[in-house]
Write a protein that binds this ligand. Structure first.
Ligand code: NDP
Ligand code: 2IT
Length: 448
């Protein structure tokens, strides 16, 4: 065993002991740190300076009470979180998730991933994440507004365009960002656009932010395909989920000539061999905030399976775009059996570590989320840029920047994997490239 491997095992063990109950957080730490030995072998100074121990400890964690009243006047209490993980490269940046499953472990895994993802974008942004166990499903607009106002009434003191800039994630879209921005503006009495991203372009947002994660994912997949000497056009694609990331991944995949045959939500899976009719999905999910099973009632020939497993459907490309750990060993075996050649993560950590090993063993190219879904936060950084300069780019200008950013991230991951002896392993490439940048900056800023 190399000395760096021994040190690494000891460090991971310490982190496990310190954060015993946080299984998602520990999963994300193992994924990143297990890629690092070839880099640490060349840079033992980062071990001596305890950079790994320091990165795994958030700079600050905030947990708070969010009391609010529903439409009947009943008082409800949720828990709010913001984990300000790392500000070596810039102010904390990362989304807010509203979902009943949200807990400290989930917020910490998301924040930890965000540090390296944001480093890969090449933009001056640190890593953070937040959210609440509030469930927006089935709530009226007024209830969502009252919740968001209460949430921001506590969180505002920690935010600011140079301090911490949230955005959306599961359960948080333009509606929620609007209510939170409105409450912040009211409290501080300043139109500080750059304190949150994902705003509507009518009130300080930027074009393409809504589409950016899904579009960016497809641009990344296009690069992966070209690297293998293949084309996206004509390929059969599965996209899990039917939220923001899924919808715009389907849109761009279709624009580039791929055939997306399935999507899903937490209720079940839609299969449509003629290709998903995206206008119907948008109507159900974006306008009506309904369930994906309604698609079957509206599109001839479509099939719906309650609680189905989307990864059983034969495909060339599989894009998990819903939530963490949604693609496990069984799904990975199915994809391999059915001849899938590329899997890329639109969601954060949707593929378990064991499933990733199965994909690699089957020679399936695997694009990790911190690289493949970085288009969303990259365009958030462009939104901050536009807010600071009081400028507004056109849709095409912003999209062409997104294309360039995704190409650069792909090249960086690909070349870094090659440089450190694991050609074609995008996980190692992404983790080493992201870590390298954060570690160097932390080192330069001293023991803080
Ligand atoms: P949305 O809330 O818009 O959509 C989430 C989708 O995932 C819905 O279809 C939802 O189904 C499904 N889903 C959520 N939780 C579960 C669950 N526990 N089991 C099964 N399905 C589930 O969120 P986004 O599209 O914004 O986010 C999707 C993923 O992409 C997340 O992992 C997020 O962290 C990641 N991401 C998002 C970015 C962004 O800019 N929005 C940027 C980068 C990554 P249902 O409606 O039934 O709950
Ligand atoms: O996971 C993510 O990168 C996001 N939810 C987007 C974060 C952002 O600040 O735009």
């Amino acid at each position: 065993m190399r000395k760096s491997d021994e040190n690494l095992s000891r460090i991971i063990k310490q982190i496990e002991e310190k954060n015993r109950a946080e299984k998602e957080f520990l999963q994300s730490v193992r994924e990143v740190y297990n890629s690092l030995p070839p880099f640490l072998e060349q840079h033992p100074e980062y071990l001596d300076k305890k950079i790994l121990e320091r990165i795994a400890e958030p700079e600050r964690q905030i947990m708070f009470r969010v009391p609010w009243q529903d439409d009947s006047g009943e008082v409800l209490v949720n828990r709010g979180y913001r984990v300000e993980f790392n500000s070596a490269l810039g102010p904390y940046k990362g989304g807010l998730r509203f979902h009943p499953s949200v807990n400290l472990s989930i917020v910490k895994f998301l924040g930890f991933e965000q540090i390296f993802k944001n480093a890969l974008t090449g933009k001056p942004i640190g890593g953070g994440k937040g959210g609440s166990d509030f469930d927006p499903k089935g709530k009226s607009d007024d209830e969502v507004m009252r919740f968001c106002q209460s949430f921001m009434t506590e969180l505002y003191r920690h935010l600011g365009e140079n301090r911490d800039i949230p955005a959306g994630d599961i359960g948080v879209g333009t509606r929620e960002i609007g209510f939170m921005f409105g409450q912040y503006k009211r409290i501080v009495n300043q139109y500080e656009s750059g304190m949150i991203t994902g705003k509507d372009p009518e009130w300080g947002g930027t074009l393409v932010r809504n589409e950016a994660t899904g579009y960016g994912l497809i641009y990344f997949v296009k690069e992966m395909m070209e690297e293998k000497g293949e084309e996206l056009e004509g390929k059969t694609v599965l996209v899990s989920g039917s939220g923001n990331v899924a919808i715009y991944a389907i849109e761009k995949a279709q624009q580039l000539g791929a055939n997306v045959v399935a999507c899903s939500d937490s209720g079940g899976v839609i299969y449509d061999e003629n290709g998903i009719n995206l206008e119907v999905v948008k109507q159900i999910k974006e306008v009506e905030r309904g369930r994906i099973k309604e698609y079957k009632e509206r599109v001839d020939g479509a099939e719906y399976k309650d609680g189905g497993n989307i990864w059983e459907i034969p495909c060339d490309i599989a894009l998990p775009c819903a939530t963490q750990n949604e693609l496990q060993e069984e799904g990975a075996h199915k994809l391999a059996e059915n001849g899938c050649t590329v899997v890329a993560e639109g969601a954060n950590m949707p593929v378990t570590l064991d499933a990733i090993d199965i994909l690699h063993d089957a020679d399936i190219a695997f694009g990790p989320g911190k690289a493949a879904n970085a288009g969303g936060v990259a365009v958030s950084a462009l939104e901050m840029h536009q807010n600071a300069s009081r400028d507004a780019l056109t849709f095409d200008e912003t999209e062409s920047r997104l294309v360039q950013i995704m190409k650069t991230i792909h090249t960086n991951c690909y070349e870094t994997a090659e440089e450190y002896g694991t050609p074609g392993n995008y996980i190692h490439g992404a983790n080493i490239a992201g870590f390298k940048k954060v570690a160097r900056s932390m080192d330069a800023l001293g023991v803080i």
